[in-house]
Design a protein around this ligand. Structure first.
Ligand code: SAM
Length: 165
């Protein structure tokens, strides 16, 4: 089971970035995203709309205290993997069955570094979306099957094939 925690969402920042973290998490097999920072109803509504159109299972939940969430998840046997350019090489990572992947936005407080397994996708600064996509792709690939979609896309080299159910 893969879940993702997106830290420090800010409504006024690039609003697309948290959406892209969420879309990437879903497309590569995560079943739930938690987010902290600003509570954002429109982020939740747009996630629910994607799930309703393209299928699930996938949930979004706001958390006020992300450190407490990590603590609770640890008690439930989750491995906590924090993506940061300062971490150890992701290619050496061994994943357990239940994983919470933590991604930051700007500065991540030192407490997170202390309680998580810090993993890097290269040691250059890039993006939480790229880091999450590469990590999930390596371990889980592209998710093929979603439940109860209203829209199914069949990939073609040219044109579009869209089935509405
Ligand atoms: N100085 C930050 C750091 O600790 O990685 C860079 C901030 S970056 C704009 C936002 C988020 O992207 C980070 O919190 C981290 O989750 C992710 N990220 C950026 N570069 C990464 C890398 N090379 N490996 C893993 N994650 C990365």
């Amino acid at each position: 089971m893969i879940e993702v925690l997106r830290l420090s969402h800010r409504i006024g920042r690039d609003p697309r970035l948290s959406t892209h973290v969420i879309l990437t998490a879903r497309a590569f097999g995560a079943e739930k995203v938690y987010y902290s920072g600003d509570h954002d109803k429109s982020l939740e509504d747009s996630t629910d709309k994607i799930v309703s159109n393209f299928g699930g299972p996938f949930e979004i939940e706001y958390v006020k205290n992300p450190l407490k969430l990590i603590d609770d998840k640890k008690k439930k046997g989750f491995q906590i993997v924090h993506l940061t350019m300062y971490g150890k090489n992701f290619e050496k990572l061994k994943l357990k069955k239940k994983v919470l992947v933590v991604v930051g936005s700007e500065k991540v407080e030192k407490e997170f570094y202390e309680i998580c397994e810090n993993i890097s996708v290269g040691n250059q600064p890039h993006s939480e979306v790229a880091a999450l996509g590469v990590l999930l792709y390596k371990f889980f690939g592209v998710k093929k099957k979603f439940m109860n979609p209203k829209i199914i896309i069949e990939g073609l080299e040219k044109g579009k094939k869209i089935t509405k159910i």
